[in-house]
Each structure stands twice: as C-alpha cells, then as structure tokens.
Design a protein around this ligand. Structure first.
Ligand code: ATP
Length: 347
C-alpha cells in the first residue's frame, strides 16, 4: 500500500453559534484506506464529512485533499473542484429521472472523456454491482428505501472518485442486506483503490468495515486505531463501554499483572497500584464447578449465545457471554477463566 496521506485535517474546528460541532480535529487518512468515524448522535461526525466535502467552511485549521490545501485561512476550494463522491442518508435521487439516468447523471462531468456507449456500459456495471440491473428503467418512487440507497451508492461510485464520503449509507437497510452491502461496498472501494470515510453510530458496522476507526465524542477525536486496537485497548473507560459490553472490576496492578476477584491476570499495559480492569464478556470462560467462587445469578438467552451474570462472594459482578447451549442453571456455581490480557485504567 502507498502510505501517502490522501485526506488530512489539521487542528480543524467548526462551531454553529454556541455549538462547538468540531473541535481541534486532526486526522490523516492514507490512500486506499477505509476510515470509519464512530460516535454518538451529535458528536460532529457529519460536520467532519461536510468540511471535507466543502459543504462547510472551517473556523480554523486546514484541510488537505490529495496533497492540495483545499480549506485554510484565505484558501478555499469549492465542493465541485474537490471531486469527492458522496452518499448521504437521504440519497437525494432525482425523482423525475430513471435509475439509469440518475447514475448516468453523475458521469455528466466526465462527458468529454466517455463515449455514450462507455457511459451506458459503466452505468450498467454499477447497477449490476449493487444488484439493480433489472430496475434500471424504474423511477425512484417505484423503489424500496433500500433500493434507493443502492442507487445512491452506484451514483457516487460511478465516476470512480478517489475519495468517497458515506454518511450512514446503510441505515435504511434491513440487517441481512446491510451485511451484504457492507461487504459489497468494501469490495468495490478496494477494487477502485478509493479512499473512503464512513460515518456511523453502529459499533459492529464500524469494527467490521474499517481499516481505521476514529472514535469521536463532543466534537473531539478520542482515539484512532485499527478495529482490534480500539476494541481490545480502548484509551479510556468511556471508549471501552461505548465500543461494546465491558465489565470493570477492581484490582491491584503490579507491573505486567494484576490481582483481582478472578486471581492474577496479565495486563495489556503495565501499571502499578489500584486499577479498574476492563474485561469483555466474551473473553471470560466458565465451567460448572460446585467449588467455584462465582454463582450464576441471571441468564439472558439470545440464541447464538447467552449472557450470564455472575456474582462473587465479595459481591463483584461480571457478565459472561457463552455458547447459547451451555448447560448452566441459575444458582449454579462456576469456575471463571480469562482469555488474553485485560486492560487496566485508573480507578
Ligand atoms: P448524527 O449521528 O445524529 O447525525 P453527528 O455526529 O453527525 O450526529 P453533526 O451532525 O456533525 O453530528 O452535529 C454536531 C453538532 O452540531 C450537533 O450539536 C448539531 O446540532 C450541530 N449542528 C450541525 N449542523 C448544524 C447547523 N447547520 N446549524 C446549527 N447547528 C448544527
């Protein structure tokens, strides 16, 4: 992979009146990478996309695209000159144009370069890619929400832009289609060597789609890293809890290990003194054991797996995810083991 950074934000801030939507955000995204901005509603994700696209002007800081400064003090490149592909939540298809015409419209700017046959060919390929080849002559109102969303994707990708920005592009699809589309879009972006930024508030989507996850909160970047890195070594307790289910138990760290209700556990980072240890429910392993210290006090069954609540004699409680068929009953005693290392935080 080429390590050139294709999109760069340097200390970018943007307020709307008294609302600080984006505060001191610095980001660097390599060519060909898929980056996902993840955060709760209102944390500034969409504003970051709009700043990159040129739909908002930053109050301060610089934005660089493909090695060119496109927004800074006294510098401004308008959206049409930035040539980024965009897919927004509300698709914004032209109602009076067929599916084919909607996608072809995105190629209008390339008119000089593409013959009519090449243009039609590319539209057909894009529609095949999103599984809508048989809907080409329909109008948007004759499509389901999911189908409209796929047309919007086809339209954004048709000009083969080097930067594609996607704001919750799968939010109106059902769970199964969402998963297929994620895989599909990832494949298309990779094939086009496009650099993409997705916005989502869905943790699973972010972790499964991204090369790099950017976790935002209240306008600021909290952590940037590979999905495994941010999930297994979150920078703070807040980030840990935001990314998935997390147990926090008290312990005492001594360098590489910590002592706690579960015995001595290896640490992901060396620490000393009192700590809160973060343990994901799926990192725990339980076996029925009448002499085990923990008791099963609740069971929530989900089919593919189940969540057990365990209580220790010192009243420490833990949630454990196990195979849905594990034969454990309420009141039963269990022995508990931990897979891998645990993350320590200041208590
Ligand atoms: P969501 O996931 O709900 O779309 P988000 O993380 O994308 O949220 P933004 O849309 O970037 O968040 O909004 C960040 C903050 O800026 C919010 O408090 C929002 O109300 C405010 N905001 C965004 N755009 C404007 C605007 N044009 N005028 C005033 N306030 C705005």
């Amino acid at each position: 992979m080429n390590h050139e950074s294709l999109i760069e934000l340097r200390d970018v801030s943007k307020s709307f009146g008294a609302t600080r939507a984006v505060e001191g955000v610095s980001l660097s995204i390599e060519r060909g990478a898929i980056c996902v901005l993840l955060g709760a509603s209102g944390c500034g994700k969409t504003t970051v996309l709009r700043l990159i696209a040129g739909l908002e002007t930053p109050d301060s800081g610089e934005i660089w695209l493909k090695g060119e400064r496109v927004a800074a003090q006294g510098v401004w490149q308008p959206p049409e000159a930035r040539r980024v592909g965009m897919v927004f939540q509300d698709y914004a298809l032209f109602p009076h144009m067929s599916v084919h015409q909607n996608v072809a419209f995105a190629l209008a700017a390339l008119d000089g370069k593409l013959s009519r046959a090449e243009r039609d060919g590319r539209v057909r390929r894009m529609l095949e890619l999103v599984g809508l080849a048989d809907r080409a002559e329909r109008f948007p109102h004759q499509l389901s929400g999911g189908e409209q969303q796929r047309v919007a994707l086809a339209r954004a990708l048709a000009p083969e832009p080097s930067v594609v920005l996607l704001d919750e592009p799968f939010s109106n699809l059902d769970a199964a289609l969402r998963r297929t589309m994620r895989e599909e879009v990832r494949r298309i972006l990779r094939a086009a060597n496009a650099t993409a930024i997705f916005v989502t508030h869905d943790q699973e989507e972010a972790l499964s789609l991204a090369d790099t996850v950017v976790i935002m909160r209240a306008g600021k970047v909290q952590q940037v890293g590979a999905p495994q890195e941010v999930y297994l070594r979150p920078i703070s307790r807040e980030v840990a809890a935001f990314l998935g289910e997390a147990n926090f138990i008290e312990g005492v760290a001594e360098g590489e290990v910590a002592r706690c209700a579960l015995g001595e556990l290896p640490l992901a980072l060396p620490m000393q003194g009192k700590v809160a240890l973060m343990i994901r429910p799926e990192a725990l392993r339980v076996t029925a054991d009448p002499k085990g210290a923990a008791e099963v006090v609740a069971i929530r069954f989900f089919g593919h797996d189940q969540l057990l609540r365990l209580r220790f004699p010192d009243s420490t409680e833990l949630e454990v995810r196990t195979w849905g068929n594990a034969e454990l009953a309420l009141g039963e005693h269990v022995a508990v083991g931990v897979r891998g290392s645990v993350m320590p935080y200041a208590p």
